[in-house]
Design a protein around this ligand. Structure first.
Ligand code: ATP
Ligand code: MG
Length: 483
């Protein structure tokens, strides 16, 4: 999954040739069927009119190709086919959000999101391989081979009657009120994320001066910052993450309320914070993001994980090395394993607990007690999924085995399926100064050596030999002993 995501970001996209024009999905029958069931939303081709009809004074600025210069060939076939399928069925459809922003910043978009006036059910009917997902925010995943295009229906103002729910602090719990294009733009987070690109007309529609902001290198929230953070505190994290990732400066009014509103994040479900945290750590810009959070004193309470990470002076070097390592891997197109990353982030917690347990217990049971403690408190608080915690424990559990360099044990460790992750983890520990560099070097040489050379590298076996247990006598097996 992560690999797919990374491949999408970093593998250069194949340029499309003339004959690779998008394939049209929609038949006349489908069009009729979709039309029949359409709700109040209109499907006007002219977006200026759409805004006008919605009673909006501020028409979108229409940015022509000559000005924005987005190369249509950088869109994937899946994105073009989705737009085409929707437009052929009579709906409005645009590439929106991060992809338009990234294209304008001359970056390769990591995925393509589409906004449309078709309802999720209508989108689902148009594309055979699609499914409706989400509860808080219903949308459709349209599948083309390995690629998924996320299609969302224009959102309306949630104060309108209907299916929008907020809690006492103003946080939006569910957001499924549909609206028109202009309303959808106003509901998005940043001006740079509210640009709509129609690959057919090659025009970009801009309701909030996002184009100018991108050109000026500014990240600016749409509307009143405090209200927008109250509606969804995760937007505060997105400000920091996106500005670090894209090298944009944060507009002062957008930045100002964050410090005093950061505590609202405690109200956000842990699973959603976890998703955002994963994006932050696996963006290829984790170091910049974390540094930015610290510089603005935003890390307290912003993410529970960051508190854990940054408040251990001993662990800081180790964590920064781990993040640097992850950034380098991602930016060079390699995969980064979230379990490995979380194992590094919580390692110094484990070490502290391990040292305490070692006072009264043998080292290995003490390590297991420490791991269980850390998982029970931190991992649970952070909603780290079981599938990650199991791998984290394996990586930690291997560490004492690297100390054993005699007898058959090193061969057994080399054959362990988690050896590579354990070894990479060991190297980080060496590099951070926690353990001697010599140990990591020994394992590097041992892994590369031929069999005979390996045997010569082994250290003398000083560990006490285990006594063989006598086999218990089978009851009634040897009667002669009795007689
Ligand atoms: P990335 O490149 O990291 O994916 P993105 O901007 O595309 O960045 P997504 O999470 O993919 O981020 O969201 C797609 C779009 O949905 C955004 O560009 C933005 O327009 C809108 N969006 C996402 N999250 C929010 C939010 N919390 N509040 C308002 N709009 C949002
Ligand atoms: Mg995106």
């Amino acid at each position: 999954m992560i690999k797919k995501l990374l491949d999408k970001i970093f593998k250069p996209r194949k340029k499309k040739t003339e004959h690779e024009k998008p394939i049209h999905h929609s038949s006349e029958a489908l069009k009729q069927q979709s039309k029949k069931k359409r709700p109040v939303l209109s499907a006007k081709k002219n977006t200026k009119k759409t805004a006008k009809n919605a009673g909006n004074q501020d028409l979108a600025e229409v940015i022509p190709f000559k000005k924005h210069q987005i190369n249509r060939d950088l869109l994937t076939n899946a994105a073009l086919r989705t737009i085409d399928g929707l437009q052929k069925a009579g709906f409005e459809a645009y590439i929106v959000g991060g992809a338009v922003r990234d294209l304008l910043l001359n970056r390769n978009p990591k995925d393509f999101d589409v906004a449309t006036d078709a309802t999720p059910e209508e989108v689902n009917r148009i594309f055979r391989r699609s499914r409706i997902i989400g509860r808080r925010f219903r949308l459709v995943h349209v599948l083309f081979g390995n690629e998924t295009i996320e299609v969302s229906t224009f959102r309306g103002h949630h104060q309108a009657e209907g299916d929008a729910h907020t809690n006492e602090s103003g946080r939006i719990l569910r957001d499924n009120v549909f609206g028109n294009l202009e309303e959808d733009a106003t509901r998005r987070d940043f001006t740079a994320n509210a640009l709509y690109y129609d690959p057919t007309s090659q025009e970009v529609l801009d309701f909030h001066h996002g184009f100018a902001d991108i050109q000026a290198g500014v990240l600016r929230i749409i509307g009143n910052p405090e209200t927008r953070y109250k509606e969804d505190p995760v937007r505060m994290l997105r400000v920091v993450r996106l500005s670090a990732k894209l090298g944009l400066s944060i507009d002062p009014a957008t930045k100002a309320p964050i410090a005093k509103m950061a505590e609202l994040l405690s109200d956000v479900p842990a699973s959603r914070l976890f998703d955002e945290m994963l994006k932050l750590f696996l963006s290829g810009h984790a170091i910049e993001s974390v540094t930015a959070l610290r510089k603005q004193h935003l890390h307290h309470g912003l993410l529970p994980m960051l508190d854990v990470v940054l408040e251990q002076p001993l662990g800081e070097r180790f964590v920064m090395l781990a993040l640097k390592n992850t950034d380098d891997r991602i930016l060079s197109g390699k995969s980064a394993n979230p379990s490995f990353l979380f194992a590094t982030l919580l390692w110094h917690e484990v070490l502290t607990a391990w040292n305490n347990y070692k006072k009264d217990n043998p080292p290995i049971p003490a390590l297991h007690m420490a791991m269980n403690d850390v998982i029970a408190t931190q991992a649970e608080k952070l909603a780290i999924h079981n599938r990650y915690t199991a791998a984290m424990k394996e990586i930690w559990g291997l560490q004492p085995r690297f100390e054993q360099r005699a007898g058959k044990r090193p061969f057994g460790l080399l054959a362990n399926p988690r050896y590579r992750a354990g070894y990479d983890f060991l190297l980080l520990r060496c590099e951070s100064g926690e353990i001697p560099v010599e140990l990591g070097e020994w394992w590097t040489r041992f892994a590369e050596a031929e069999n005979e050379e390996r045997t010569a590298m082994l250290q003398p076996d000083t560990a006490p030999k285990k006594r063989r247990k006598r086999k218990p006598k089978k009851p009634g097996g040897n009667t002669s002993a009795i007689s």
